[in-house]
Design a protein around this ligand. Sequence first.
Ligand code: C6P
Length: 404
Amino acid sequence: MFNVENIRKDFPILSRKVNGKPLVYFDNAATSQTPQQVIDVIVDYYSNYNANIHRGVHTLSQEATDKYEQARKKIQAHFNAKFAHEIIFTSGTTHGINLVANGFSSLLKKGDEIIVSALEHHSNIVPWQMLSERTGAILKVIPMNLDGELVMSEYDKLLSKNTKLVFVNHISNALGTINPIEYIIEKAHQVGAAVLVDGAQSCPHIKPDVQALDVDFYVVSAHKMCGPTGQGMLYGKESWLKKLPPYQGGGEMIAEVTFEKTTYAELPHKFEAGTPNICGGIAFGAAIDYMNAIGFDAIATYEHDLLEYATKKLLDIEGLKIYGTSKHKTSVISFNLESIHPYDVGTILDKLGIAARTGHHCAQPIMDYFKIPGTVRASFAFYNTKAEIDALVEGVKKAKTMLS
Ligand code: C6P
């Protein structure tokens, strides 16, 4: 049974005060909070079996290696990858996207086309612009509409036999829109293009099945789903990962090294040069266990209820405008109060102990589309409550009175 009061006891940070007020943490899309169960795994690693992996015959190294590889298997099972070696440990979503974009440098030629969406985070724009500069590939953009939805009829028109790659997020970080990635993947495959899905914002809310989606690459960050920062994963279909060249050279990614020639290790090690974030990988596995124990169906139902409650209450405030009004969205509300700058609203909310993000949310093209400098973004997680939303609504009203 989903019991938010019991769940909240797992998160020590939720009982702290900020500016003398109980913390209301609504910046979950930036990073989620960490339950004691994951903190314990981190402490256990450094207290009991901290060692380098894949290298030592000694007991600590073997224990660390076993736990790290067990975590890979947990992640494989969670995302339903066919093979554990299709899970590449990364430092996060940004790293995963750059790894793939770099790999495609040798696979694209001048005049090839690559497609991005108007709803992307800078992490899923800039690496591809750099790729297009390196290769001469043409970058095209799927436009959005005023509800913050991608226009699929325009996407259909962009696709051609020249399209080699499509990269979109599953859920927009700035607006919360859930994109129709099933359709996007199917259509891309019809013209022979590969698809990378940025799952940074989906992984805290839904459990993607990469085989059912038939997606070629899927990237996430552990810190968005109750895990540590500096840790993420790239899923890639085996056939694609075999085709892509390594991203970085170094220890552990080689089969043999001589000064004449180096041969590379098998997957996944080919993409995991150097000592990885060992504790981070193990803690990522623990975070996945934690979230699955609560259950993604229960999480989605509860968060949807929070979203509906907050949307209704915020819209009761005169002059408040919500950006991102798709019917298909997760628990993210981006808003502005008339002409008041979002930064000023965020500062007043902070004084009241409420953490919300303000600004362009690393998604400047979206802000440009709406002709605004940024928004206030409140993003809810399964450990938030309606009472906290009431506090937000009161805080926004207070900000309006003070700043009008
Ligand atoms: N968005 C936000 O406040 P990293 O930094 O590599 O863990 O994740 C980057 C990233 C990529 N794609 C999407 C859709 C994202 O939302 C993010 C991170 C945070 O919205 C921090 S800017």
